[in-house]
Design a protein around this ligand. Structure first.
Ligand code: SF4
Ligand code: SF4
Length: 477
């Protein structure tokens, strides 16, 4: 409803009329994907498209992958781990989480990764609506079992009973077409209550430890998305954990950032506090979200120019990966790779790997400072919020605005001499990228997209701001 407020000042009547019309045609617009009106990202697919990766670089080498030893099992694990939550989906799909995975493209990625030394594959019960485990199993069974490590997870967030957990576990073995999992995780430990209910009272942990004894699990660990008491509790249990999976990236670690949903908790676990606890635990660490959901691959121009002055062709993502992989106890760093360009760029970073020097870390800090003060919308164009039932092309609208910010093309001050010129350029650029029917003006503030955004962007609020720029330009009715 923020949208209505901001628009009512200059054109309330028009807005009400537009909303009535839009509400009336919502069902039709909801079918836009069927008409080919999906977000205009690469190949018409949703997901992080590979912008900023230079073309024409040589192929990464096949014999230079960096490996880390797991001290508990002796496994030699590739420093680049393949995150199986962002497989390419079929053209025309509107969500990158769709179960309709493009099998041919996904197989090509898995095969290329293995040929270049990647051996750790991380899937989960819930990824791609359950289709990731099936696809990962189908892709990996074409390779000798001893050439890869397969990880999957028990969905703690579903609060499974013991019987349900058993059913899930044995179904996972079937879906993945394996006799055993190399790495098995208690997925998304969030609160002590949830942990106690599932793993202690229901005795799901006893069941998993039994599976480990029987050889169906080689390494047992957990992934953490919780508060301070949760981390302290799980580390204090008398359980022989073999590894853990945590979220680390340079933004959260250096900037002491706490993700919005965790800020509301009575005892949120800041990244630095959590990481120090994990290092003290001595557990080998699997890193998730090294790019903060892709945001660190999408720096603004100023931050990028700071990095490029140091290394002209290194991508923003490669800086982020080098930072986390250089931290202590890191066994592997996961990356969800949708395009071959993502995979090749990552392979160049890890084959072979060199950690950031002190000087490079300072450069990164400078780039981060320029990034966190910028007022761009922190959208990664991941497409998770799509489709908007009213047809708004959320990722492209935000990208257009951020690009204009980068180029100082956002009209801000009506009094300034270049205001008219800026307005004109802003409008022309938008028209060349987003059809008028899909611009911010068509957001009615329903809020459906908000819960889907991993970056916690207040999408209706941002749309209202951008719509007000357009309205001033006379683009709306
Ligand atoms: S709030 Fe989100 S889903 Fe709703 S109309 Fe606006 S952009 Fe579309
Ligand atoms: S608004 Fe959020 S969910 Fe939508 S594309 Fe941007 S980051 Fe992804």
């Amino acid at each position: 409803m923020k949208n209505q407020k901001s628009k009512d000042g200059g054109g309330g009547r028009t807005l009400v009329t537009r909303r009535r019309v839009l509400a009336g045609v919502a069902a039709t617009v909801g079918g836009m994907a069927g008409l080919g009106l999906v977000s205009s990202l690469k190949e018409g697919r949703p997901g992080l498209d590979p912008i900023g990766i230079p073309a024409g670089l040589p192929e990464p080498p096949t014999d230079s992958m960096t490996y880390r030893k797991n001290p508990n099992s002796g496994d030699s694990v590739s420093l680049l781990g393949f995150g199986c939550m962002r497989y390419p989906v079929m053209p025309g799909e509107t969500s990158p989480r769709s179960p309709r995975i493009d099998e041919k493209s996904a197989f090509a990625l898995v095969d290329y990764a293995i040929a270049h030394g990647v051996n750790y594959f991380d899937t989960a019960w819930g990824y791609h609506g359950g289709a990731s485990e099936i696809l990962t199993g189908r892709a990996l069974r074409r390779h000798p079992r001893e050439t890869f490590y397969l990880a999957t997870k028990m969905p703690s967030y579903q609060n499974p009973t013991l019987d349900e957990a058993k059913k899930i576990f044995f179904t996972q073995l079937k879906k993945c077409q394996v006799e055993y999992f190399d790495y098995y995780l208690l997925h998304t430990l969030s609160t002590v209550d949830n942990y106690q209910a599932v793993y202690e009272k229901e005795k799901v942990l006893d069941f998993l430890l039994e599976q480990k004894q029987k050889g169906r699990i080689r390494n047992l660990g957990w992934s953490f998305h919780g508060d301070k008491p949760m981390l302290e509790y799980v580390l204090s249990r008398d359980v022989p954990w073999d590894f853990a999976m945590i979220q680390i990236n340079y933004h959260d670690l250096l900037y002491q950032y706490i993700q919005p949903p965790y800020r509301k908790l009575p005892s949120p676990a800041p990244s630095k506090w959590m990481f120090e606890k994990m290092v003290a635990s001595g557990l080998p660490l699997v890193v998730m979200e090294p790019l903060l959901g892709g945001r660190l691959a999408r720096l603004n121009k100023k931050s990028l120019s700071i990095l490029q002055a140091e290394h002209p062709i290194a991508t923003a993502a490669s800086w982020a990966f080098r930072f986390v992989a250089g931290l202590p106890n890191i066994m592997t760093v996961l990356s969800g790779m949708t395009y071959m360009e993502h995979l090749q760029d990552n392979l160049r970073t890890y084959a072979p790997f060199s950690p950031l020097s002190d000087h490079e870390t300072q450069v990164l800090r400078k780039a981060l400072d320029a990034f966190v003060v910028a007022d761009n919308i922190r959208c990664t164009t991941c497409g998770y919020c799509m489709p908007c039932p009213y047809g708004v092309d959320i990722p492209m609208v935000f990208r257009h605005h951020n690009d204009c910010l980068d180029d100082d093309l956002v009209p801000r001050n009506v009094q300034s001499a270049d205001y008219k010129e800026l307005r004109r350029n802003y409008r022309l650029r938008l028209a060349s990228r987003v059809p008028e029917l899909r611009t911010a003006s068509h957001c009615i503030g329903c809020g459906q997209c908000v819960k889907l955004c991993p970056q916690f962007i207040d999408i209706p609020h941002e749309m209202a701001k951008l719509a007000s720029i357009l309205e001033e330009q006379g683009l709306t009715v």
